[in-house]
Ligand binder design. Structure first.
Ligand SMILES: C[C@@](CO)(OP(=O)(O)O)[C@H](O)COP(=O)(O)OP(=O)(O)OC[C@H]1O[C@@H](n2ccc(N)nc2=O)[C@H](O)[C@@H]1O
Ligand SMILES: Nc1ncnc2c1ncn2[C@@H]1O[C@H](COP(=O)(O)OP(=O)(O)O)[C@@H](O)[C@H]1O
Length: 275
């Protein structure tokens, strides 16, 4: 029996850092949604192993990987193939998204989801049931959002692996205001307007540490993004565009001048029940 699970890229449409726990982890208030681009895991009943394929396979070790940690957490003997399409350490949940996909796949093969999946990573709970959510605590409090409008996106990564702890450590203030109330069933204009009133508190420290992130944001702005923002702790930035044509053209034009960047035009994955 073989099972395949998609591991969509996680996007922090907004990410407010509102405090810090005594153990050092930060309290977040974040709007999280998922894109149509992502990694893919395939699971087959066999002794535990991992094979990695795809554009970003070279950046990962097949011996030390969150996919293996996920399988071990539920005591599963499984051969895993990971198709690594997303850049590594890039603020779009790569490792956590993959671990969550392995857990979902193993659940389909008869291994119940483990208690406290956040042991694998703070982003694993939100990636377990990918849909638009407000994420609080250190990632374990998940509140569904109303359906979001269709969002045409361009994701841009300058080819720099960003260590998440370094960016959190560079935050000038740990207690920032929480998210404003989310509008009821927003259309594109209202959602963009709302997001402009939100922030990613990790963006300024990440840009200070890794200046090419600013170049990504500037490139998205220059192509007419309705909003350009970094996701998570970076370095991937997303731009929201008016329609599929505008997103495709922006991705193409940015690609013509930034050879080494990872650039993709995509959409927000539609949530179950979204209208
Ligand atoms: C910042 C976020 C926002 O969604 O995304 P990414 O940039 O990783 O995509 C996540 O909270 C990251 O989640 P994840 O990458 O799973 O975090 P973990 O492996 O548990 O933690 C990596 C390190 O990040 C810091 N960390 C993480 C989460 C959190 N709420 N507070 C923290 O301070 C800690 O220094 C921790 O040692
Ligand atoms: N399946 C995986 N995909 C990506 N990174 C992984 C994976 N397993 C372990 N890692 C490790 O986790 C670290 C964080 O990577 P990642 O989860 O992609 O970051 P982010 O959440 O910021 O996108 C990387 O340095 C990488 O070595």
């Amino acid at each position: 029996m073989s099972v395949t699970e998609f591991a969509p890229a996680k996007l922090n449409l907004a990410l407010h850092v509102t405090g810090q726990r005594p153990d050092g982890y930060h309290l977040l208030d974040s709007l999280v949604a998922f894109a149509e681009v992502g990694d893919r895991v395939t699971l087959t009943q066999a002794p535990l192993s991992l094979q990695i394929t795809g554009q970003f396979a070279a950046g990962l070790s097949p011996n030390d990987n969150l996919c293996l940690d996920a399988a071990r957490l539920v005591g599963a003997e499984v051969a895993i193939t990971l198709e690594k399409n997303l850049p590594v350490a890039s603020g779009i949940g790569g490792g956590s998204a993959d671990a969550a996909a392995v857990l979902r796949g193993l659940a389909r093969m008869g291994h119940p989801l483990p208690p406290a999946p956040e042991r694998l990573g703070a982003d694993v709970p939100v990636c377990l049931h990918p849909r638009p959510l407000r994420m609080q605590g250190v990632g374990e409090i998940l509140i569904p959002l109303p359906p979001l409008p269709e969002l045409h996106l361009v994701l841009v990564n300058p080819g720099i692996a960003v260590p998440t702890p370094q960016v959190f450590a560079a935050l000038p203030t740990k207690t920032n205001p929480p998210l404003p109330p989310f509008p009821d069933r927003p259309d594109l204009a209202r959602l963009v307007d709302h997001l402009h009133r939100c922030r990613n508190d990790l963006q300024a420290p990440a840009v200070a540490l890794f200046p090419p992130i600013r170049d990504c944001l500037d490139a998205l702005d220059a192509e007419g993004a309705l909003l350009a923002r970094m996701s998570g702790s970076g370095a991937t930035c997303f731009g929201i565009f008016a329609d599929v044509g505008a997103a495709g053209l922006a991705a193409y034009r940015i690609g013509t001048v930034h050879d080494g960047w990872w650039i993709t035009a995509t959409k927000l994955a539609s949530a179950p029940g979204a209208g």
